[in-house]
Each structure stands twice: as C-alpha cells, then as structure tokens.
Write a protein that binds this ligand. Structure first.
Ligand SMILES: Cc1cc2nc3c(=O)[nH]c(=O)nc-3n(C[C@H](O)[C@H](O)[C@H](O)COP(=O)(O)OP(=O)(O)OC[C@H]3O[C@@H](n4cnc5c(N)ncnc54)[C@H](O)[C@@H]3O)c2cc1C
Length: 346
C-alpha cells in the first residue's frame, strides 16, 4: 500500500500530528503497540501557571489558543465531551506565599490566569489555614477517552495497525521510506519514552520522569474545584478524585509501586483530613527533555524521517502547537523555532 505518512505511536503526540494530516488531506497509517501509556494515564490538566513559583508556563497563552479549539473540534467530531473546565485552588502554606501570589498577579501574562481575590472559605475536609489563590481558564482533558475514541475511529477506517513498529525493517529510499508492504513519503516517530528504542533518534537527551497517580473515593469530600498543594486533588464526580502525581527519575518501568502509593497517601493526608479509599493506582513515564522543551524535526541525514516527542509534563497544552509546527516544517518548509527543534542537540 502507498501512503503519504507512517506515524509510529498514538499518544498525544501521534494524535495531534495525525489530526494535522487529516486536516490537510494527507494519507497515513499509524502503528501502535501499547508499550507506553503516558497519555492514557495523564491527569490531563491544562494550567498556564507554574504553581511552585507563580511564573507563566512557557508560551502558555499561544499554546492554549491553539489547544482549546483543537480539543473542541474533536468533541464535535465524536460528539463527546473531553474538555472539562475546572478551577484550580492553590493552597497557601504561609502569609509569605499569599504575598508572592499577589505580587505575581501584577504580571501582565499572569493577570489573565490568577484571581486577585484571596479565598478564605472553609471547605469540609480540606486543610488550608492560609486560604487559597484561584486560577482562571484551567481545566482537564479526558485524554484516555479521547485516545480510545480516536483509536477506534482509525481502526474502523483501517488507518491503524495494532503492532510494534520494527525499526530494523525500515528501508530508506531516494523518495521516502518502505516498511514491509508500505511505501510512504515520510515517517514521523511519536513513541514517547519508547524513543529510547529508536535507532534513528535515540541519541536525543530524553530523561524518564515516571509518574504515579491514585484515584480515591472520599464520601465526605465535596469539592468541585481542583486543589493544588503537596499533590493535586482533581474532582471526577461521584466523590471520586484523582490524586497525583509522583516524580521518579530513576525507575524506567511503568508499573505502579507500593512506594509511589505510600508517597501519594502521605502527601494527601497533609491536604485532606477525611477518610478515603484508593480505587485505582496507575503509572506511566513522561517523555521529558533535559531543557524541558519538546523535540521536533527531521533526522539530520535522512530528511524523510522526523520526530515529535519531549512533551514532558504538559503534553495537553503543548502537543497541538508542536504538531502543527512540525507539519508546517515538513510540508511547507517553515523553519522550526530553535527552542523546539532537535537541531539544538544534533
Ligand atoms: C502520571 C502522569 C501524569 C500526567 N499528568 C499530566 C497532566 O495533568 N497534564 C498534562 O498536560 N500532561 C500530563 N502528563 C504528561 C503527558 O502525559 C505527556 O506529556 C504526553 O502524554 C506524552 O505523549 P506522547 O504521545 O509523547 O507519549 P505517549 O503517551 O507515551 O505515547 C507514545 C505512544 O507510542 C507507542 N509506541 C512506542 N513505541 C512504539 C513502537 N515501536 N511501535 C508502536 N507503537 C509504539 C506507545 O505505545 C504509546 O502509545 C502526565 C504524565 C504522567 C505519566
């Protein structure tokens, strides 16, 4: 068979790139083997403010301006809800933190996202002696449901093969690539942390950042906003809350661990003081880069091979922007921003 593109991996990177192909009427075939699951387990939160330091996320406004309509289009395509706007309440640990918050509110970018009102209300079960600062224009994308729906749609249209892409079978030709029975003009690799197994791009400096999450049921907790403190506590409805996430820079497995669960439970107990039951425990590896910027671009020798990766901790916001930039680079020769181009490492 012939296709314009082969896409390897269908997490957020693969999905956003494939949508660009659809939009531009390019033919493609996706390979997906479920070897990584970062996008399937992600909290899915989009939030334009770094909540440790009260600084803006890199290019936050531009990213959101592209991301929110992108997810809206998918809601229309599948007639389903994926975007759940939810306020984030940052618990203050001290008066000093309150002051830092209000200083940050003066920043031109941050003022769009940070409320200047100190929230002093008491909410049953939540430990917040110094009150909260509220973020605006934040929410959660249900990435798991979205990916499941998109993969089903690709399956129904024979656009996905649920198998591992075998790198040793790839032939690079004068006009593109050949892989088993497929002849394609280009191939884009979107394997998340699986990039480590890709002989064409595995020299890129990816660091594993394993994350674990638990879902709890807490009958006496009744909040409809997300709390951010030592952990985030994200309401899912029916008294269920997602709680996360850990950061582990050494463990390369995707298995949930006792250690991760204990860490989350201990931190959660510093945020809420009502009983809870753990109903789910999941883990995945965030594809993180040492300079915390995405990885996009063509292979320096083989111009028909490209990569889209390094979405790190904020794939929901960044992926649509970077996918569009890579598409424009490959098809319309628009230069990639140096900050996301893999040329910075090669
Ligand atoms: C615990 C946790 C919480 C997170 N919370 C958030 C959050 O709240 N907000 C946010 O924005 N981001 C969050 N993230 C980060 C986010 O998940 C990532 O930025 C993003 O999902 C990465 O997407 P990706 O497509 O690059 O990688 P992945 O989702 O890992 O997708 C790569 C895909 O490639 C496939 N693949 C790999 N190798 C092959 C092969 N050889 N053949 C076929 N298929 C292959 C894998 O099976 C996988 O489906 C979180 C991550 C974790 C782990």
């Amino acid at each position: 068979m012939k296709a314009d593109y082969i896409v390897v991996g269908l997490g957020l990177a693969g999905l956003t790139f494939t949508k660009e192909l659809e939009k531009n009427k390019k033919s493609f075939l996706v390979f997906e083997d479920n070897s990584q699951n970062s996008s399937m387990v992600a909290g899915g939160v989009y939030n334009p403010v770094v909540l440790k330091r009260f600084t803006p996320v890199w290019n936050a406004t531009d990213q959101l301006n592209i991301a929110l309509p992108f997810y809206k289009d998918l809601e229309i395509q599948f007639n389903k809800k994926y975007d759940y706007p939810v306020d984030i309440y940052r618990i203050f640990k001290s008066v000093e933190e309150q002051n830092n918050w209000f200083t940050a509110c003066d920043n031109q970018v941050l003022s769009n996202y940070m409320s200047t009102k100190l929230i002093k209300e008491k909410y049953e079960g939540v430990l917040a002696d110094f009150g909260y600062g509220k973020l605006l224009n934040t929410g959660r994308i249900d990435t798991k449901t979205l990916l499941e729906d998109y993969r089903n749609y690709l399956s129904q249209n024979n656009l996905i093969r649920n198998e591992s892409f075998e790198y040793s079978e790839l032939k690079i030709t004068a006009n593109g690539v050949e892989y088993k029975d497929i002849i394609a003009s280009k191939i884009v690799f979107c394997e998340g942390f699986g990039l480590k197994n890709n002989p064409f791009f595995n020299e890129l400096p990816m660091q594993e950042a394993k994350g674990e999450l638990i879902t709890i049921n807490a009958l006496n907790l009744n909040i409809d906003f997300m709390i951010k403190s030592a952990v985030f506590v994200l309401p899912l409805g029916n008294n269920n809350y997602k709680v996360g996430a850990t950061f582990n820079w050494k463990d390369k497995t995707q298995l949930p661990t006792e250690e991760g669960k204990n860490e989350l439970t201990a931190k959660l107990k510093s945020v809420i003081d009502v009983p809870f039951e753990i109903v789910e425990h999941i883990a995945g590896i965030r594809p993180t880069v040492k300079d915390r910027r995405p990885l996009a671009g063509k292979h320096p020798k083989h111009q028909n091979l490209a990569v889209l990766n390094g979405l790190g901790t904020r794939g929901v916001m960044i992926a649509p922007t970077v996918a569009k930039a890579l598409y424009d680079h490959l098809e319309n020769r628009i230069a990639l921003d140096q900050e996301i181009s893999i040329a910075r490492f090669l």
